[in-house]
Design a protein around this ligand. Sequence first.
Ligand SMILES: [Zn+2]
Ligand SMILES: [Zn+2]
Length: 378
Amino acid sequence: MTNNNIPKLLFMLILSLPSFFALPDLPSLPHFFPNISSIPHSNITAAWDSFQKLAGCHSGDKKPGLAKLKQYFQNFGYLNKSDITDDFDNALESALKTYQLNFNLNSTGELDDFTLKQILQPRCGVADIVNGTTTMNSGKPQANSPAPSPGKSHVTTKIHLGVVAHYSFFPGSPRWASKNNELTYAFLPQNQLDNSVKAVFATAFDRWSEVTPLTFIETPSFNKADIKIGFFSRDHGDGEPFDGILGTLGHAFSPPSGHLHLDGDENWVINGEILRSAAEDAVDLESVVVHEIGHLLGLGHSSVENAIMFPSISSGIRRVELAGDDIEGIQALYGSGPDYNGSPNPTLQERDTNKGMVDRPFLMRWLGLGFAVVLFVL
Ligand SMILES: [Zn+2]
Ligand SMILES: [Zn+2]
């Protein structure tokens, strides 16, 4: 090395210092909107829009974009890492069949319209299959049933008959074993959330505490809190990057981790009056938070489409009430609360201004993320 090169190298070193010290989990300032009409119109492409050009693909096809679809199925536990090519091979067909079973679709192994529509739904980032264990329909006994409606599988009918419970737990059924059934939660200070946003979380926690002995108390100390809530964008240091508008909306870790992460790039609506409108990328905050709290407490995904723990939800849809499947699942882990009388709290029900929408078929598409659990298990 010559003396002439030393200043140059020092200069390059100084230039590289910021990235050297940059933290991988810098939070973003999330976007909140008091109502859906306040969301500015944009032509932003949603995370999974490119899948639409794959409509009709089936085994034997080779098409650009299938590799990304395989990545999608890998992220949610349906495919192994070694299969990522643009070939529609047997592994992808098998993954599709399992996915279709889990989402109450005809298990054809083809990318038909019903299946594509479901895949495009924004969802929770937690995997449906963790360490090869399926927590939804495909991991449960199947039964012969009357003919299903178009696009729907026999399993749906069976669920409606109420024969099989569909709630599930993470491997090992981890749960919180806290003092006095009291859990504290705190918000990442850098997110600078105001009280109207924090109130949405308080209501979401109430929905779970009213059916269990658990209580949730906000604390100012983020590091000491049992449950740590933060909004992040893209890569945020836990190996499960968010993906911008729609796609994955949030993820949470199984007990006793306590980490609840939400995608800071979504257009979060906080007033509970979300409706289908031109703002197709609006996401109801409470709907997602209620679901992620379910993971925090130990529930996995359910194939019951009106359950909070169903993995996906349409943008513009609000689904915040615990279904019977959710309540049975959480009470199997913690027991029922002293005030639980077998029905949800009417006070909370009255807050759901769009309660009627929750029962419509098209809204039954919800959230999912399994990485969290994988990380926890590892
Ligand atoms: Zn995360
Ligand atoms: Zn989930």
